[in-house]
Design a protein around this ligand. Structure first.
Ligand SMILES: NC(=O)c1ccc[n+]([C@@H]2O[C@H](COP(=O)([O-])OP(=O)(O)OC[C@H]3O[C@@H](n4cnc5c(N)ncnc54)[C@H](OP(=O)(O)O)[C@@H]3O)[C@@H](O)[C@H]2O)c1
Length: 281
């Protein structure tokens, strides 16, 4: 179905860190796009199944940011029944490294996304991404950076952070080009940095003093509980750092180069641009 410009592409999470760039990228290439989320152009709510049919009706492909396991499975089935012919899901780096059942127990949502597209019976691809650059400026880590202290249980293991603009560009290719179906791509940035180095890079770019503090996993859980983070989300965040400390996500991955034929965006250029845009002002 490559490059049929009248076929609409549904982007779940179209207002999110990857979806917002994916919508721009696809539109710039002339594709018709249906950004779907609670506050998006098309209303879609994982917790309101009445909103689902209109989202997939007549669509050709879906960027599937997963919801809960059962909902994700049911939504993928609904999409295929409605005629969707291609599904691309966003998952986490290392999901293929767990023994059967363990990944699904630790990361139920992305595991369900992977399973749903694989079992869909239509064309599918999986993107397995390292931690995003944009976690530092539009998401979890921005408030602590603004407060001058980011504290996490990284074990000093470096992470090849990936820019969500690269994730979106890869997703756009998988949704619109042939040759990527039935494949999973590991995507990362070009170089691994410790969180100490990443925070120092941001502090320099922002011209502020910001400390990185290494926590034990127990101290991290205590901080999350004190912030009122729900137990389920705290467990998933804990599992992300367990996975990172194991060291098997630390090598840069080739996905961006394989799919796009160019180098991924560096952390330094991301930090400079985000600082100039006032992210940590
Ligand atoms: N952060 C990372 O470093 C990282 C790394 C690898 C993989 N991932 C995976 O990436 C996924 C998140 O993608 P993202 O970072 O692009 O999104 P995001 O920035 O977390 O934004 C979430 C998106 O989902 C929408 N949304 C939230 N609740 C919803 C609901 N109940 N029903 C429908 N839509 C809802 C939001 O829009 P509305 O508010 O308008 O509904 C928003 O567009 C997760 O599955 C995560 O596991 C993240």
């Amino acid at each position: 179905m490559a490059n049929e410009k009248n076929d609409e592409i549904v982007v779940l999470g179209g207002t999110g860190k990857t979806g917002r760039w994916l919508v721009r990228e696809l539109r710039a290439a002339g594709h018709a796009v249906r950004p779907a989320s609670r506050s998006g152009e098309v209303r879609f709510d994982w917790s309101d199944r009445d909103t689902w049919p209109a989202v997939v009706e007549g669509a050709a492909a879906v960027y599937l940011i997963p919801g809960g396991p059962e909902a994700t499975r049911d939504f993928a089935r609904l999409a295929v029944d409605a005629g969707v012919r291609r599904l691309v899901t966003l998952s986490g780096r290392g999901m293929d490294r767990y023994p059967p059942g363990v990944g699904a127990a630790r990361f139920p949502s992305v595991a369900a996304g992977e399973l749903a597209v694989r079992e869909s019976g239509v064309e599918w691809s999986i993107i397995r991404a390292n931690n995003f650059n944009q976690n530092f400026d539009v998401d979890y880590w921005r408030p602590p950076l603004l407060a001058g202290r980011l504290a996490l249980p990284t074990g000093g293991v470096p992470e090849p952070f990936v820019d969500t603009r690269d994730v979106a560009a890869v997703a756009a290719a998988l949704l619109t080009e042939d040759g990527h179906q039935g494949r999973a791509y590991d995507v990362s940035g070009p170089r691994a940095l410790t969180f100490d180095e990443a925070v120092a890079t941001i502090a320099r770019a922002a011209g502020r003093e910001i400390r990185f503090v290494e926590l034990t996993p127990e101290e991290y859980q205590a901080e999350l509980a004190a912030e009122g983070v729900p137990a389920e989300a705290a467990a998933e965040l804990g599992a992300i750092f367990d996975s990172m400390r194991s060291g098997h996500l630390a090598e840069p991955a080739p996905g961006v180069r394989e799919v796009l034929g160019r180098e991924p965006i560096s952390f330094e250029s991301y930090a400079t641009e985000a600082a100039q845009a006032g992210a940590w002002a």
